[in-house]
Write a protein of this length. Sequence first.
Length: 108
Amino acid sequence: MGASKTEVFSEKQNAIARLAKALGHPARVAIIQYLLKQNSCICKEIVDELPLSQPSISQHLLTLRSAGLIVGSFEGPTICYCLAPQSVDEIQRFLSLIQQHSIQNRDL
């Protein structure tokens, strides 16, 4: 199988794909849902909440952070994570376009 040719797509298309890929695992969806309830938290709280090991949680947090869906700030020896609003806005705009299109074409 050939390598993905992401360079032939626009930066916006690549950005949306990165965000969608980051949301493409149920553990990462659960982490986002937990952050929505908590507003912010530290890694240990997420580990206590989800039935995954600390290394697994850390890897999922890294994926979400690399995609720009969450941000982390150091508070002593721990990292406090929260949602990154600009990425959430990007996904929302894209999904709104899909929704508008499907509403317009419902009667076809």
